[in-house]
Design a protein around this ligand. Structure first.
Ligand code: ADP
Length: 166
């Protein structure tokens, strides 16, 4: 059977999610309406040093998406395309905030397609109010004692405060 005919359409939303912001949630809500199953997958093999451990990020995301029925949370390491095949997913979800995201995302999408022509990358745009939002900006504001309550959930806000204190 061709992958495009598969009944259970599984999409993967990979990322660092350090931490998950309202911008990520916006993308998750949009993607969950387009596919039967959405797997949010936290990348574990990063060169970046995240603020939250992989397991902390998974727990925070689980709590943030608990009301969306067809969404699950997982981790991955190694080649994303191998992970997609393991999960029987043929769509990758990525968020596009601004032109600045485009170049890097475009390059990644084409490279992934080169590795496996069956995997499609679907780009979704968040609501305008989230287009300037990034996890790194949130971390910077929080570390300077700024108010991030408009950008993340109450739970993430609490976790960030705990993290910054220790
Ligand atoms: P990565 O390190 O893979 O970029 P991120 O957690 O920063 O991980 O982002 C994961 C995906 O979510 C990327 O496609 C990114 O463009 C998208 N994204 C991040 N922040 C936002 C936002 N505010 N609105 C829409 N998409 C976003």
């Amino acid at each position: 059977m061709k992958k495009s005919n598969v009944k259970n359409r599984i999409a993967i939303y990979p990322g660092t999610f350090d931490p998950i912001t309202n911008g990520h949630i916006d993308i998750i809500e949009r993607a969950s309406k387009l596919f039967d199953q959405l797997i949010i997958s936290v990348a574990t093999n990063l060169n970046k040093k995240p603020m939250f451990s992989t397991m902390e990020r998974v727990e925070i995301i689980k709590k943030s998406v608990k009301n969306i029925k067809n969404v699950s949370v997982d981790t991955f390491s190694g080649l994303l395309i191998d992970y997609c095949n393991k999960k029987k997913a043929f769509v990758l979800i990525r968020g596009l905030r601004a032109i600045s995201d485009f170049e890097n995302e475009f390059q990644m999408a084409l490279m992934n397609r080169k590795i496996d022509k069956n995997i499609e990358t679907v780009f979704l745009m968040p609501s305008e109010e989230y287009t300037y939002l990034s996890s790194s900006l949130i971390k910077e504001i929080a570390s300077l004692n700024g108010d991030i309550s408009n950008f993340v959930s109450n739970f993430v806000n609490k976790k960030m405060k705990e993290k910054i204190k220790c």
